[in-house]
Design a binder for this molecule. Structure first.
Ligand SMILES: C[S@@+](CC[C@H](N)C(=O)[O-])C[C@H]1O[C@@H](n2cnc3c(N)ncnc32)[C@H](O)[C@@H]1O
Length: 268
């Protein structure tokens, strides 16, 4: 098990593991990834949860959410439930979460119960119709989960439909440049093309997962086509968080290039 969040994010960055590019359809990707998250996904990758958007980016300094009191909140890929706890403790009026994995949702349920909070939880791929109300939420957010979708634009369109007009969508994911560049002695070298968005398999110990690294323009264009305007984008790592990191190599890399990105968008 890898316990340090910086190291986990480095692993999902794919720098230290062999990746095999293969043709995959949506069903096999969901089967692979739900098996991964239903078994030891969290033990292998851990979870990234608010206030953190990634290893070295925190809501404490970004302040993207503002005051969430009285707001209806939906988390996509709610995982451990810790981000729902974060917004629940800030007096959000309703907490909702969806996740592909039933065992992840069970963790959310138990975690929120232990915190004296409750949420409406739905087990579904984010790409599919799952009974979520439309024109309902003030804010939809996702911390290190959006990139798992097999249909980015379709997912963004669904998220837009859940939001009220003027509603906010905030999400974070691994930065695609980080996924392309690896440390080699004292140098950073490109190990794959930034433009390659094909799905690939990663084996971590006994587990396999399927991923694709999309360009930043793919996210920006899909948001625009789904009816969002981007209000803010964050790529920089927080110096104080890097200073505290026990993973010097990863912190050094994060000083040279973005390892995570966060986008705040608004439904037009
Ligand atoms: C890295 S975790 C998210 C971490 C989460 N923020 C937390 O606090 O634990 C990614 C989550 O996305 C979920 N996931 C993966 N593919 C998904 C999909 N296609 N639709 C919905 N959820 C998915 C996984 O089951 C997992 O719980």
């Amino acid at each position: 098990m890898v316990n340090n969040s910086a190291i986990r994010t480095n692993i999902i960055g794919g720098s230290e593991v062999g990746a095999i590019s293969v043709d995959m359809d949506q069903r096999s990707i969901h089967e692979t990834n739900s098996l991964f998250w239903n078994t030891n996904g969290n033990d292998v990758l851990g979870g990234t949860a608010l206030p953190f958007y990634g290893a070295y980016v925190s809501e404490d300094s970004c302040q993207l959410f503002g005051d969430v009191s009285g707001k209806k909140m939906l988390e996509i890929g709610c995982g451990s439930g810790q981000s729902l706890q974060y917004v629940g403790e800030r007096q959000a009026s309703e907490l909702w979460g969806i996740d592909l994995s039933e065992s992840q949702l069970e963790k959310t349920r138990q975690h929120l119960e232990a915190c004296g909070l409750s949420a409406t939880l739905i087990c579904s791929p984010m790409e599919e119709e799952c009974g979520l109300p439309t024109n309902y939420f003030d804010c939809v957010y996702s911390v290190y989960a959006i990139g798992w979708t097999t249909d980015l634009e379709g997912t963004f369109r669904r998220i837009a439909s859940y939001l009220v007009e003027g509603g906010v969508f905030i999400f974070s994911w691994s930065h695609p440049i980080h996924k392309c560049v690896t440390a080699d002695n004292d140098s950073l070298v490109f190990k794959k093309s930034y433009f390659d968005e094909s799905w690939y398999s990663v084996t971590l110990g006994e587990s396999t997962l399927s991923l694709s690294d999309r360009k930043l323009s793919t996210y920006a264009n899909a948001l625009a086509r789904a009816g969002f305007v981007i209000e803010q984008m964050i790529e920089e790592s927080d110096e104080a968080l890097m200073m505290q990191s026990s993973d010097r190599e990863f912190a050094d890399k994060a000083r040279m290039l973005p390892v995570s990105f966060v986008i705040k968008a608004r439904k037009l």
